[in-house]
Design a protein around this ligand. Structure first.
Ligand SMILES: [Fe+2]
Length: 244
């Protein structure tokens, strides 16, 4: 069984995630105990602070240094991606492909927290899909449920123009997003649960607990759907079969 964490901040010293290799290692060990087999390192990409080439160089170097230090250890396999912070016009930039998860046709997109989901945002999401054939995955969509335009965003998910991810920690007891997260899963809007882990303490990788919460509250079939999506994602994005 494959459990693919598509959203994490495990790379050392590149964003507000793991601060050094030791912390990265701790997070990877925790992920392993949570059953995670494959993990995407998705540092924040903010186009107002970085150009794409510079960013890719920095994260590539960070991944290499991490892999060098964990050589030979039995830990989840690491893939590169990033969490792209939404900006107006993102649907029309040419370098967008190099921000995708493992050079696939999926991009992890973070919307502005506390801002309405405007027609421009919806148009950009549609453009990413329609112009480039890239499927945006909306990161921690539960955060935006109260924003104006959320219904229209769900409409795009219903039409398969984009997909959605929720954070594992949002399903935990007392989390303010728990109810919304369960509701979104129940209605079939969520393709992925991911950890969005930032450190062993801050938003730790609670994947197996999250799946347990889904099972207890909604039933095993909802967990099976998420697990099925992990398998499909693994087979199509991480281990694509070669055409002969
Ligand atoms: Fe994140």
């Amino acid at each position: 069984m494959k459990i693919v964490d598509i959203h994490s901040h495990i790379l050392p010293d590149v964003d507000d995630g793991a601060k050094d290799v030791e912390e990265s290692l701790k997070m990877l060990e925790m992920m392993k105990t949570q059953g995670i087999t494959d993990v995407f390192a998705t540092p924040h990409f903010d186009a107002s602070q970085y150009d794409i080439e510079e960013f890719n160089y920095v994260i590539d170097s960070s991944k290499k240094s991490l892999e060098e230090s964990i050589k030979g250890l039995d830990l989840p396999k690491i893939y590169i991606g990033c969490e792209v912070y939404y900006f107006s016009g993102i649907g029309r930039i040419s370098g967008i492909k190099s921000l995708c998860l493992n050079n696939s046709n999926y991009i992890l997109l973070e919307l502005r927290y506390g801002h309405p989901i405007t027609d421009q945002v919806l148009r950009d999401i549609s453009d990413i899909y329609n112009k480039y054939g890239i499927v945006p995955i909306i990161a921690h969509i539960e955060r935006y449920a109260k924003e104006k335009g959320f219904k229209q965003l769900l409409g795009l998910i219903g039409g398969r123009t984009c997909l959605a991810q929720i954070n594992a920690t949002s399903l935990m007891d007392k989390n303010p997003f728990r109810k919304t997260s369960l509701k979104l899963i129940k209605k079939g809007f969520i393709s992925f649960i991911a950890t969005d882990a930032h450190s062993p303490q801050m938003r730790p990788p609670l994947m197996s607990q999250a799946l347990e919460v889904v099972k207890e509250n909604l039933g095993k079939e909802y967990v099976d759907t998420i697990l099925h999506n992990f398998e499909i994602f693994h087979d199509n994005v991480l281990a694509p079969k070669n055409n002969i």
